[in-house]
Design a protein around this ligand. Structure first.
Ligand SMILES: [Fe+2]
Length: 341
């Protein structure tokens, strides 16, 4: 009897060693938490990544290691896995480690059950993507630098278009921040704002800045800036649909825009934001061919077109921003007051 029990214990211990050996050889952080979110087991990779001793980890929760907001998000994720029984797969996060360094990770969390099917906690697998993310960031920075040079060429030629695109980028960025989009989408939006009129580089200045009414042919030429810009950037790979955003920035929800007369859902969110930002900037600033029309006129235009030409939610955010900033030009600092008041 004694021998059988000893044998069973030896087998269990061997099984545990095998499991730990297997876990320790996985080049990802693997950790198990109980129902109260305390860490009950972690592999070597996790311990090394945290820069702590295993004894300092077991029995603790994420709140002991990470900034409050970060830990709270992790806690919410664990709670949701436990409550629904559904795993969270491949969630991309940026985390601040106890040693003060940021890393970019991709995390999967799955529910754990005992032999009777009773929930006993969660297992997390986190892969460090920092090196890859840094390489990607470097690549994007290089691309942005190259495109900035193109922007500067546009500035030399037509300072009005350049300041317009910078302002539009700021407005779009402010809207995205209110909407709570992630860093990547925010960068895409900012960049689209800065580049959306780059295609104007090939349009003669006397047409671009012509006072008075444009002929049909001149108007068609100006409209071409959208396709020009799309063609300039369409083959460059970005982690966001930059060329498509630019391509759609003159489209309107009711199909009255150009160049493809896209309607409703066919117009992506970023292009809707760019469209509203573009109109707001253009109407509130002086152009060589006309005086600034002012904030009241811009608001009138956006209000009239709300839900018809322009995305209602985006217009609402813009009105909120204008109100919160005391009807000042929030996109170029707090000093200047919007013209027309
Ligand atoms: Fe444009």
């Amino acid at each position: 009897m004694k021998d059988t029990s000893k044998k069973a214990q030896e087998e269990l211990s061997l099984e545990k060693d095998l499991l730990q050996g297997l876990l320790d050889n996985i080049p990802d952080a693997v950790y198990f938490k109980d129902l109260s979110n305390s860490i009950i087991r972690a592999n070597k990779f996790y311990v090394k990544g945290m820069g702590l001793d295993i004894k300092e980890i077991i029995g603790k929760t994420d709140f002991d290691f990470f900034p409050y907001d970060q830990a709270k998000q992790m806690f919410e994720d664990d709670k949701s896995v436990l409550a629904t029984g559904r795993p969270i797969v491949g969630k991309i996060e940026r985390t601040l480690l106890p040693n003060g360094t940021w890393n970019q990770v991709i995390t999967t969390k799955i529910p754990m059950y005992d032999k009777t099917g009773k929930s006993i906690g969660t297992m997390g697998i986190t892969r460090d993507m920092t090196t890859y993310a840094n390489l990607e960031r470097e690549r994007i920075t290089m691309l942005i630098n190259a495109l900035t040079i193109l922007g500067k060429a546009l500035e030399l030629r037509d300072p009005y278009t350049f300041s317009h695109t910078r302002h539009v980028a700021s407005i779009a960025e402010s809207i995205v921040k209110v909407l709570g989009w992630d860093e990547n989408r925010l960068l895409g939006m900012r960049l689209a704002g800065e580049l959306h009129d780059l295609g104007k580089i090939s349009i003669p200045l006397d047409i671009l800045n012509k006072p008075g009414k444009l002929s049909r042919l001149e108007y068609c030429l100006i409209q071409e800036h959208v396709v020009n810009c799309y063609n300039l950037i369409k083959d460059i790979e970005f982690p966001f649909p930059l060329a498509e955003i630019v391509y759609q920035h003159h489209e309107r929800l009711d199909g009255s825009g150009y160049p493809r007369k896209l309607k409703g859902d066919k117009i992506i969110q970023e292009a809707r934001i760019l469209a509203v930002s573009d109109v707001l900037e253009a109407m509130t600033h002086y152009r060589p061919y006309r005086e600034a029309l002012g904030i009241d006129k811009a608001q009138e235009e956006l209000e009239e077109g709300m839900g018809l030409k322009y995305d209602s939610k985006v217009v609402e955010v813009v009105f909120k921003l204008i109100k919160e900033n005391g009807r000042k030009v929030f996109w170029v600092g707090q000093q200047a007051t919007l013209l027309g008041r």
